[in-house]
Design a protein around this ligand. Structure first.
Ligand code: HAS
Ligand code: CU
Length: 547
């Protein structure tokens, strides 16, 4: 189906507001990245920020919450608004509902921001009970999540309306994939919703004596793992559904693309115990089951690597590239959106290999709670995801604002500096992890660190500094684009599939069996263990403020 529907000014403004909040969050959140990196190398700039920012941990909380939770959630809901409207060729069926959801998210963000800035919520983005933040932090984050659900319901209703009018027609891929992402998120966030509403918030309000940290962690990682796919899948929507068009080719296989999305929905929840391999309260059998399922959810990413690279090869050869690698050179590397996403994909190959390492029980024991883990997630959420989102914004911001991108060249330089900075940073973090350096620790404070760490700690700082320069280039380019006097009509790039999507088997475009299977697998994967933990709950760990 051709995307003939043009977004109205109001719709563009609505999506832009999502992006604006996302980018402001990223801009503030990234400020703390280099501060942490420099701290590791012994240069503590935090002391100059006192009394505004009181500690390394307050900075780390801001960094994690703003970058991992806020930048992603706002960007993604905005992006899925676009893929819903553009794919279905129609406006949102209940725009007021979506607007309500958005404003709930904004109010939630502000509510959570106050205690974080006042140093009343220095509990990092994973909450870590029995650490206890101000109630406003939990209320605020709950509102962000519920607001995003409300936006999701708006997408479902729009899709439902389209489906009624178009029985038997394959749903457009970008819309389909956006909806799967939203459904995945709504399943995923049930864990953290229960954690906050039954434990953290009542404890923060003094209604209950304390929390049960083991159960709280289990709820958290119920959400925490699929959360990473909520971040990743919008990048995949672009890699499958847009990048091939930008590169001058077509999507290699519509069926494979849909199958990958279904497998993410099916498998991404019941794997959370791979974050709890060292938790004493989880029986070995359940750890083993989740480890096996983790290897299962690795497959749709392998399928993605295959399908996206095949689509790119098709594009590269069409552009005249020959030989084993000639097609790679023939890709439009001078397009900042394409370059960002290709480089994000390359970094993700290493992030994925690290993920598989983490998932292996024995090796996890070596790297758990070391700097290896932030090394891993900077290649994934901060590269595959964030660099792709930056790449998307190089066409999306011009599209929404009707402006010409200020500088394509600067965008390409930005993508490469992110790539190089991240290679240095994450490699150093991985190596340090293998050498035993703990994560979430102001290493610069340590009186003695092993001599063999020192060179790597310096590389952490160098990588962090390059990333900081890259972030400034990004925001400068976006700022100048928004203010650009030169206008331009920039299209949403939507890739055609090599085959007619109508030939994609109907079971790959049918929600019911996949939703039922997902619910069943969650019940099997979490039900028994949650049952025992809830039966034996002891809300006795008093809330702690260690900062
Ligand atoms: Fe992870 C910890 C396992 C993927 C994020 N992960 C984390 C944490 C975060 C995170 C934030 O099993 C830390 C949480 C905390 O604070 O404690 N992760 C995995 C596995 C995968 C994986 C098996 N993680 C991600 C993604 C993330 C993310 C994606 C964010 C977006 N992770 C773990 C485990 C832990 C963990 C354990 C706990 C560690 C511990 O002990 O605490 C897999 O899904 C990865 C599969 C990926 C691949 C790569 C495929 C490659 C592709 C690129 C193709 C290339 C292209 C470019 C298109 C198999 C698709 C072509 C270019 C040309 C030029 C041609
Ligand atoms: Cu995980």
């Amino acid at each position: 189906m051709l995307a003939t529907y043009e977004l109205t000014t109001g719709q563009k403004r609505f999506i832009w507001h999502h992006l604006l909040v996302a980018m402001v969050a990223l801009a503030i959140g990234t400020l703390f990245g280099p501060l942490q990196a420099f701290e590791h190398s012994g240069l503590d700039l935090y002391k100059y920020l006192d009394p505004v920012i009181k500690s390394y941990y307050q900075g780390l909380t801001l960094h994690g919450v703003l970058n991992a939770l806020i930048w992603t959630t706002f960007f993604i809901t905005g992006f899925i608004t676009l893929t819903t409207i553009k794919g279905l060729n129609r406006p949102l069926s209940h725009p007021k509902l979506n607007q309500t959801g958005f404003w709930m998210m904004v109010v939630g963000l502000l509510t959570a921001a106050v205690p974080i800035l006042l140093d009343q919520a220095t509990v990092l983005y994973t909450f870590y009970p029995p650490l206890q933040a101000s109630w406003a932090f939990y209320v605020g984050l709950t509102l962000v999540v519920v607001g995003s659900w409300v936006e999701g319901w708006g997408f479902y209703l729009t899709f439902y309306q389209w489906r009624k009018e178009n029985p038997g027609v394959r749903s457009p891929f970008i819309t389909f994939a956006g909806l799967v992402t939203m459904v995945l998120w709504q399943f995923a966030t049930l864990g953290v919703a229960v954690e906050i509403l039954t434990m953290l918030l009542p404890a923060a309000l003094g209604l209950i004596e304390g929390t049960d940290p083991e159960l709280a962690r289990t709820y958290f990682w119920f959400t925490g793992h699929p959360l990473v796919y909520f971040w990743l899948l919008p990048a995949y929507i672009s890699w499958y559904g847009m990048l091939p068009k930008q590169a001058g080719g077509k999507l290699f296989s519509d069926s494979l693309a849909r199958l990958a999305f279904w497998l993410f929905l099916l498998l991404s929840v019941p794997v959370g115990f791979h974050h709890q391999f060292v938790d004493p309260g989880i029986p070995q059998t359940w750890k083993a089951i989740h480890a096996i399922l983790t290897f299962g959810v690795f497959f749709p990413s392998m399928m993605t690597a295959f399908t996206v690279i095949a689509s790119l090869e098709y594009a590269g050869r069409k552009r005249g590239g020959t030989g084993l690698v000639g097609w790679i050179r023939a890709l439009p590397w001078n397009d900042p959106s394409v370059a960002s996403q290709l480089l994000a994909g390359i970094l993700f190959i290493f992030g994925g290999i690290g993920g598989l390492t983490n998932a292996s029980y024995e090796v996890n024991a070596v790297i758990h709670n070391t700097t290896w883990v932030p090394g891993h997630f900077h290649l994934t959420v901060a590269s595959a995801v964030t660099l792709s989102f930056m790449g998307i914004s190089y066409w999306l911001v011009p599209h929404l604002k009707g402006k010409k991108l200020y500088s394509a060249k600067l965008g390409v330089i930005q993508a490469w500096t992110w790539f190089i900075g991240m290679l240095i940073f994450s490699n150093a973090m991985h190596v340090l992890g293998l050498l035993g350096a703990p994560r979430r620790t102001p290493l610069g404070e340590a009186l003695y660190v092993p001599a063999e760490w020192e060179g790597h700690l310096l590389r952490v700082a160098i990588g962090g500094a390059i990333l900081f320069v890259s972030a400034i280039l990004y925001f400068w380019n976006i700022y100048k684009t928004v203010r650009n006097p030169e206008t331009a009509e920039v299209e949403v790039p939507i890739a055609e599939s090599r085959e007619d999507p109508q030939n994609t088997p109907a079971w790959l475009d049918s929600w019911k069996p996949w939703l039922i299977a997902t619910v069943l697998l969650i019940i099997v994967g979490y039900g028994p263990q949650l049952y025992f933990m809830i039966r034996d709950i002891s809300l006795t760990s008093p809330g702690l403020r260690l900062w």
